[in-house]
Design a protein around this ligand. Sequence first.
Ligand code: HEC
Length: 456
Amino acid sequence: MSVVKSLGILAALAALGGLTPSAAAAQSGATPTFTKDVAPIFQNKCEACHRPESIAPMSLVTFEESRPWARSIKNRVGARQMPPWHIDKTIGIQDFKNDRSLSDKEIDTIAKWVDAGAPKGDPKDLPAAKQWPSEQGWNFAKQFGQTEPDLIIKSLPWTQKAGANDAWWKPVVETGLTEARWVRAIEIRPGAVKGRKITHHAIARLQQKETDDLAANPNDAAGNPLPGTFMEWAVGKQGEMMRPGSGKLMLPGSKIVWDIHYSNGGEDITDQIELGIYFYPKGQEPKFRQVLHLMGATNAGGGSALGSAVDIPPNTVKATEGYFLMRENGRVESFQPHMHLRGKAMSMEAILPNGQLQVLSHVSDFNFNWHNSYVYADNAAPLLPKGTILKITGWHDNTTANKANPDPNVWVGYGDRTVDEMAHAWVNVTYMSDADYRAELAVRKQSLGLTIDKQQ
Ligand code: HEC
């Protein structure tokens, strides 16, 4: 922002001093047009969802389609509500594998375009239309020399009636696995093209009884292990590939617990979501296991990992915090905050064994409609020594300032319904022995151009 502001001051000074011809040309060139400046941004950052037959309410492919939305576009991108990406840009790690946010410069271009009356510009400047691959194919199959994933698990069919309210569909489906298998990649897709119009997002959770203590999550009230997010999908994202040498372990008897958000598609549409799983070949097991942990933001008050400490009085903003001890060295792969309608913000900090505190990530504008898992880039995923404590803080806003709040005058506690609350993060950790951890640190230092510490 400060860069933008200081540029603004420079421009103002230039205006005071009288413009030289070349500065004037630069300034007239500075009025962005749709064809030259805005269309490339929309192609890269919006069309994935804002095109015909996709999830967003309007297409932003052509000038004629985009122009009526100019004001709303400026508001949404300026507030960083669109594209949906809620990481705070001012603190914590900023390099992600799946970042779909706009740069400050892109936001500035869009704002200037709208302020100038959203001009079309010269049709000759328009970039070639973006060709969207058929998203009904399987993305990774070719790379692995296959036509299909090794295992496809389908949710149960759901019909979303024209004009019906949003629905959350949570069928549970057996994986059918009779032996443990290591996963190297996962994809999710709606079963039919039309399904993209109604599938707001889909989360596949993996539920299995762990024998490895390091990997276990808490049990639910019925004594079953809580299912952990296996993959989260929204239009514009199809798959997740594990980092080299690491994988997820699926156990015999495991189940997929679906959590699918369907919205209105303007016509009756029936869909079934497909989860495609690629395994490492037998005998080629990866060295490292990625373990998905549920890290509660509510266990600091001595409550359970989950529920008892959620206690939000009416008309109040309330913070809760929880701590997770890393009993082994590990690389933190991703951060996915989970709260409901009163969710406002969530942060993940690392308290190192030497007492240092580092903010890893902060989601400052949590939105229940978007369950993003923020996946760190290869060179940014924090490598942390055993004994590190991960601190998760969640903030709930039960006031009228929270537009999603259905009723600020009621007390809110823990529960499954969206009007109840939760506060936890799903965090993938890849655990490593001391020797492997030192080796990974050395690789990281080298790739970042840092001097290698010979004393390891
Ligand atoms: C991952 C999918 C996705 C991406 C990427 C995305 N949008 Fe959206 N957008 C949606 C959905 C779904 C809605 C409707 C629900 C909502 O408002 O959250 C929406 C709503 C909007 C609205 C509000 C429409 C209204 O009813 O007033 C605007 C404006 C908008 N998007 C602009 C953009 C722009 C501009 C971009 C790119 C810079 C973008 N979006 C990228 C999915 C997306």
